[in-house]
Write a protein that binds this ligand. Structure first.
Ligand code: TXA
Ligand code: MG
Length: 318
């Protein structure tokens, strides 16, 4: 029997009983549990096989919930929250004593966001506690953007995937921390840098683990298909290097017109928003086709293109 269900009341019941439920958000599906339940939080880490040093994002229904979670909100954090919440922005702020150390991996900051998905907002409003939710995939593998992706990963491990359809944005939230009140991007994501800078001015980026040991989740290899994957500017010439193999290609907008290869075009119209929303589903699909190699095309380096390239780079890192 499928564990995918639209029953919000069932999700409420399971979460109150310290069980996990996979929840839809506008970015990716999350594996959610009560932030105050040690049992639920430990179960998130063990289900994902995630190391305990990698902290979790806390999901809240409205900005009023923030005062119980953090002790201080820098002015620019207030501006960003007002501009983009609910939405694909995670803020890393000084944590209150109420937040268990297990959530933050012992750090004195906590990552928090209001997701922009009607089903999960309705769920959060009915719960007396916020939800910790990392992406609902085993540690290091491709994030899920459809209920069936989560079911494929965890059908024997969790009781329910709350069905909210396909994720509209399709890549994880943009994470921003603060140093001396100045915003710093810890993870590029679904909210483009340009949109953020329009609100708070120039923002520094520490998107790599070497640059920022404070963002422990930023592993060089992540979001990775099992099939050997390459990221290149010129897909056509890379394809030639692999002749004789079973090849899959992931291109932005233009077809290679080659019947011998499996091709996914992310957006025929050339929309980066559409491409981002389809990126992980395409990676899931190609990874299940028993190919010898996947060749992905680099995106233009602006807007969401930078976030997509970041994920593709981590997917191809050897
Ligand atoms: O879009 C998203 O953000 C999704 C949905 C479900 O909300 N969640 C998500 O969670 O991507 P996860 O666990 O896959 O990634 C969370 C990232 C990790 O890289 C983690 O290291 C970072 O957030 N993080 C969490 N708390 C942090 C903190 N206090 N300081 C710095 N980075 C933190
Ligand atoms: Mg993740």
């Amino acid at each position: 029997m499928s564990i995918i269900s639209k029953d919000i009341q069932k999700a409420v019941h399971l979460l109150i009983n310290e069980e996990l439920v996979a929840i839809p958000t506008e970015t990716v599906y999350g594996l959610a549990g009560n932030i105050f339940s040690e049992k639920a939080i430990k179960s998130i880490f063990s289900t994902k096989k995630r190391p305990f040093f990698n902290p979790l994002i806390v999901h809240i229904p409205s900005i009023d919930s923030l005062e119980n979670i953090v002790t201080h909100i820098p002015e620019k954090a207030k501006l960003l929250a007002a501009a983009f919440w609910p939405g694909s922005l995670t803020l890393v702020l000084k944590k209150s004593d109420k937040i268990p150390d297990l959530i933050t991996a012992g750090k004195d900051t906590v990552a928090v966001r209001i997701p922009n998905h009607p089903v999960t907002l309705a769920l959060l409003k009915q719960l007396p506690f916020p939800l910790a939710a990392p992406s609902a995939n085993p540690f290091g593998s491709i994030s899920p953007t459809k209920p069936t992706h989560v079911e494929g990963y965890f059908k024997n491990k969790i009781q329910m995937v709350l069905d909210g359809g396909s994720c509209a944005n399709g890549i994880e939230s943009t994470i921003i921390g603060f140093e001396d009140g100045a915003p710093i991007i810890y993870r590029l994501g679904a909210l483009p840098l340009e949109d953020i800078e329009a609100v708070v001015g120039k923002v520094a980026i520490k998107n790599k683990k070497e640059e920022n040991p404070d963002a422990p989740g930023m592993l060089a290899r992540h979001y990775a298909p099992k099939t050997s994957t390459f990221l290149v500017a010129n897909v056509f010439s890379e394809v030639k290097k692999h002749s004789g193999k079973k090849i899959g290609v992931l291109v932005f907008k233009s077809s290679l017109h080659d019947k011998n290869i499996t091709e996914i075009i992310l957006s025929k119209e050339g929309s980066m928003q559409e491409a981002a929303s389809k990126l992980y589903a395409a990676m899931h699909a190609l990874d299940h086709k028993n190919l010898d190699v996947i060749i992905a095309e680099k995106f233009p380096a602006f807007g969401l293109g930078n976030s997509i390239n970041d994920r593709l780079q981590r997917a191809t890192f050897k």
